[in-house]
Write a protein that binds this ligand. Structure first.
Ligand code: PLP
Length: 414
């Protein structure tokens, strides 16, 4: 009944071209489906969420309570309170070696908002924006909303999924406005090696193209990889915009707080766009964020150690399943196994596979198609060790009942 009413309303409304060009986030759709199963009482192992399962640290929460007690509940400057803009610049300098001034920093409502407003400030209809594949689901839609054309550059799985300057350079045209990179990457966990990152920067500088670096997972790196910002490279600032967030590093996804760092005129344009849309980020969240960047960072290591442990466990579990290959992610908290050996007559694509996995084993994963990479699924290991063990067990059972390329056909497969 409700659905029918909704449909009629949709049919009666002429939506704007901008909105018609975009679709609902596929990761949100998976979360909704998993929620439906949970609501029916199913014991779902949810590998869908793209957020830390750790609570926001106590000192940050206390700062928010204190901000409320002090009635810091009014409008703030659109670009954020002055001490926070300065503290973000100082934190970024100390952690990632950049050298931004407060006038080069705007506080946004999360990293997505920073990307959205940067693209909205730079991209004209007809402009091209280069996006390496697999990509974070929102980039193409944000570009399309602005009227731009996403130009996809495939990365090589056998090379660890990181984009190469050579491939990016090949698709730069006079219409290219922007290249968007994300390291560590959602969904692959790929970390762009520093040398390659610098080559990508040089390619952008040579062709006067902006480089938007999404540093959402900057601190989630494992093994040899170290947090790195392209903004730390001398001479980079003129062509670089950094999109950052408190969501992951400080386990603050619900607080909606991020930032953009870039040349002052571009930051002013982002703030102008913000002034006519959202205005400032929530005042209380800004005061809490101030304590986040000024406060201790030691608790972060505890979170990273736990993710490192889970990463090893999930990789071992996936590798033990015949036919599944998984590039070892160097960062973020996702594994992106290649399940294409199981795609065929019974499971026509990764979406069908994810659907069956949820229906039959109550394991939620995101189909690779959502990230432009069919034949894969994204598994978030931002869930407890016990749930990972259980999920791996169920996946092993699911795949054991199906044949894969190179395996003898099994009788009675689903
Ligand atoms: N960038 C990437 C690559 C992400 O994965 C996400 C969230 O999952 C974001 C940006 C946006 O995060 P938020 O808007 O919560 O800061």
């Amino acid at each position: 009944m409700e659905q029918g009413t909704e449909m009629k309303r949709e049919q009666g409304i002429q939506f704007s071209d901008c909105v018609n060009r975009i679709s609902i986030s596929p990761t949100m759709a998976v979360m909704q489906e998993a929620e439906r199963f949970k609501a029916r009482g199913a014991d779902v192992v949810d590998f869908g969420p793209g957020e830390p399962d750790f609570p926001t640290p106590e000192h940050i929460k206390r700062a928010a309570v204190e901000a409320l007690a002090q009635n810091r509940t009014k409008y703030t400057a659109v670009a954020g309170i002055a001490p926070l803009r300065k503290a973000i610049c100082d934190w970024h300098a100390a952690q990632l070696g950049s050298s931004y001034e407060p006038a080069e920093c705007v506080v946004t409502m999360g990293g997505k908002h920073a990307v959205f407003n940067t693209v909205g400030s730079l991209v004209n209809p007809g402009d091209e924006v280069i996006i390496p594949v697999p990509y974070w689901v929102s980039y193409p839609d944000i570009v399309k909303y602005a009227g731009g054309t996403p130009v996809f550059v495939r990365t090589q799985e056998k090379e660890g999924f990181h984009p190469s300057a050579q491939h990016i350079e090949k698709v730069i045209t006079p219409r290219t406005k922007l290249v968007i990179v994300n390291s560590p990457c959602n969904p692959t966990g790929a970390v762009i090696p520093k040398d390659e990152f610098v080559r990508i920067l040089h390619a952008c500088q040579k062709r006067s193209v902006w480089l938007l670096s999404d540093e959402c997972y900057s601190h989630f790196v494992y093994g040899e990889a170290k947090p790195f910002s392209i903004a730390s490279i001398e001479g980079a600032k003129e062509h670089v915009i950094i999109a950052g967030t408190f969501s992951k590093t400080f386990a603050m996804t619900g607080w909606r707080l991020g930032y953009a760092l870039g040349p002052a005129p571009l930051v002013a344009a982002v703030a102008k766009l913000q002034s006519q849309s959202t205005s400032n980020a929530t005042s209380i969240a800004q005061y809490a964020a101030l304590d986040a960047v000024l406060g201790p960072m030691d608790w972060l290591q505890h979170m990273l150690d736990e993710y490192a442990r889970r990463r090893i466990h999930i990789l071992a579990g996936l590798h033990a399943i015949p036919g599944i290959k998984c590039v070892a992610p160097q960062g973020a908290f996702y594994a992106f196994p290649n399940v294409s050996a199981y795609i065929g007559k019974d499971l026509p694509d990764d979406t069908a596979l994810a659907k069956q996995l949820l229906e039959l084993e109550h394991v939620a994963v995101v189909p690779g198609e959502a990230f432009g990479a069919p034949g894969h699924v994204r598994i978030s290991y931002a869930t407890s060790f016990d749930r990972i063990e259980e999920g791996v067990r169920r996946m092993a059972r699911f795949f054991a009942q199906r044949s894969h390329v190179g395996s003898p056909a099994k009788a009675g497969k689903a």
